[in-house]
Design a protein around this ligand. Structure first.
Ligand code: ADP
Ligand code: MG
Length: 232
């Protein structure tokens, strides 16, 4: 198994008490699979992603990614893991406004030491002609493509996408999702995505429903046939 999350627990301090956000989450993903996490707002989806991506710590439980036990890593090793193995994509692109497309990609990714070069990633996301444009000169969909280019430069084993189409209209969303599908196919990165976008149905291998801090249901895509049959 490429990713195994077992009995993951996480609470935040809330006033005098505790807000138990994750109460023993389990999930698995095979190499190259696409997994989707569904759940209402505040159900802990982003917290779960952030812990898997090494930007937040669990209270207990285990996460193995390609044989590496994440929860046991020292801070330095966790930083290495995050930098080398994980690509993050968020709802609001997180581009630096006064840097060009190429600079946005370079600045975060240490491209000279990376697996893929600038031309390869720009071609992969269809932005060869926008290298010197600034974020404000791009549409939302194009800005998200820059963010995707930045995330794939190191050819990460795992792409974590937190509502990547949340700010985009339906047609643009479909384009971004099919781009992610192409990246999954061409580069072999596994994808774990939080989304409510029904256009994801075609590409998801597994759909996990998070409710009240637990995965209440797992749907394998081959059992569902169509996104419409998943109860969002
Ligand atoms: P979702 O992504 O499903 O909307 P989140 O993971 O962002 O949910 O948040 C789940 C719960 O954890 C919410 O109640 C939120 O207020 C709380 N929470 C998230 N991050 C923090 C934090 N850094 N400190 C305290 N509480 C947090
Ligand atoms: Mg969230």
């Amino acid at each position: 198994m490429f990713i195994t999350v077992e009995n993951l627990k996480k609470s935040y301090q809330a006033g005098e008490g505790k807000n138990e956000v994750l109460k023993g989450v389990c999930l698995t993903l095979e190499k190259g699979e696409v997994g989707v996490i569904l759940g209402p707002s505040g159900s802990g989806k982003s917290t779960l992603m952030n812990i898997i991506g090494g930007v937040d710590h669990a209270d207990s439980g285990s996460i193995r990614v390609d044989g590496l036990e994440i929860t046991a890593l020292s801070d330095d090793k966790l930083t290495d893991y995050r930098r080398n193995s994980i690509g993050f994509i968020f709802q609001f692109y997180n581009l630096v406004p006064n840097l060009t497309v190429a600079e946005n990609i370079e600045v975060v990714s240490n491209i000279s030491k990376s697996a893929l070069n600038m031309d390869t990633v720009l071609k992969a996301v269809g932005l060869e002609t926008k290298k010197r444009s600034f974020p404000r000169e791009l549409s939302g969909g194009e800005q998200q493509r820059v963010a995707i280019a930045r995330a794939i430069v190191k050819n990460p084993k795992l792409l974590l996408c937190d509502e990547p189409t949340g700010a985009l209209d339906y047609e643009t969303s479909r384009g971004v999702l099919s781009l992610l599908q192409k990246i999954n196919r061409d580069f072999g990165s596994a994808i774990l995505m939080i989304t409510h976008n029904t256009a994801i149905g075609d590409m998801a291998n597994k759909v996990y429903k998070l409710r009240g801090g637990e995965i209440v249901e797992t749907v394998r895509h081959d059992e569902t046939l169509a996104a419409e049959r998943i109860e969002w």
